[in-house]
Design a protein around this ligand. Structure first.
Ligand code: T3D
Length: 259
């Protein structure tokens, strides 16, 4: 699968997707948005893929909507958001596999929220996150108003989204938005090591965990306990669960197949 504006490679169970419009800080034009959807569909369907790693080419992760394209040809913003950004967020949350964002530089607007809707975010020391929507009079999209209050609380989400200031990787880590920071030249090695490790883990168990966490964002305790009961039943019937228990009892390292 090849795209002009998106790198896509599968190796060792990891699908690496690289946003590839470096001259424009990988801002989203329509083509890159559609291609990212196609790549995510492929990750969803292909059993060879057990972890997805999303990053950017060049010095930026993603600068959000391509503003040149925005001024030249978007008539209906609602339709644009619904067909371009919303499916990307839905697909990332629906893939029953871990999705890691490796933020290699600036992540602005939809680019920042693209990272925040992934399961785990790692960042280079020089990465910056900006809810830059307000700087051009827009509101946060790409799931920002959903995830940010849940991730950092209402008041911090208000500061980030209303002021539109740059946030360093260190500040993002302090807020719990970033899991690990790597030295600039080490990001991809560190992110790939994590992705390969996760690709060897019980993929069904991770997928069902993700599903349970998704549900928890809107559920009552009773509803969530029911979700845990049902999904645990599914996890308990995977061969990885049998392998995990056998390996423990036999005092050996488990070999998980993601099934
Ligand atoms: O329409 C809809 O569907 C609504 C949905 C909106 C979703 C959104 O994401 S809205 C938010 C859009 N993004 C922005 O407002 C961010 C705009 N960019 C910036 O503020 C800055 O570029 C950054 C803070 C991200 C980085 O600054 P800096 O100084 O490191 O880089 P730069 O020099 O500004 O940018 C480098 C090049 O990338 C430059 O091109 P040039 O002059 O070298 O030819 C710049 O124009 C280009 N670029 C950066 N961001 C965008 C962009 N080109 C098009 N669209 C961009 N978003």
């Amino acid at each position: 699968m090849t795209f002009e504006d998106l790198g896509f490679e599968i190796a060792d169970g990891v699908a690496t997707i690289t946003l590839n419009r470096p001259d424009k800080l990988n801002s989203f034009n329509n083509s890159m948005g559609a291609n990212l959807q196609t790549a995510l569909d492929h990750c969803m369907e292909n059993d060879e893929v057990r972890c997805v790693l999303l990053t950017g080419a060049g010095r930026g992760f993603c600068a959000g909507q391509d503003l040149e394209e925005a001024v030249s040809g978007i008539s209906e913003i609602e339709e644009h958001v619904e067909t371009k950004y919303n499916p990307i967020v839905r697909k990332i949350r629906a893939i029953e596999k871990p999705v890691i964002a490796a933020v290699n530089g600036v992540a602005a607007g939809a680019g920042a929220n693209l990272a925040f809707c992934c399961d785990i975010v790692v960042a280079a020391e020089n990465a910056k996150f900006i809810q830059s929507f307000i700087n051009i009079g827009l509101i946060p999209d790409t799931g920002g108003t959903y995830f940010l209050p849940r991730l950092v609380g209402l008041h911090r989400a208000s500061v980030l989204t209303m002021l539109g200031e740059k946030m360093s990787a260190e500040e993002a880590k302090d807020l719990g938005l970033v899991y690990k920071i790597f030295a600039d030249g080490e990001l991809m090695n560190g992110a790939m090591e994590l992705a390969k490790r996760m690709a060897q883990m019980p993929t069904r168990g991770i997928g069902l965990t993700k599903k349970a966490l998704n549900y928890s964002l809107g559920n009552t305790l009773d509803e969530q306990l029911a979700v845990e009961r049902d999904l645990q039943g599914m996890a308990g019937r995977t061969s990885d669960n049998t392998e995990g228990i056998n390996a423990f009892l036999e005092k050996r390292k488990p070999v998980f197949k993601g099934e």
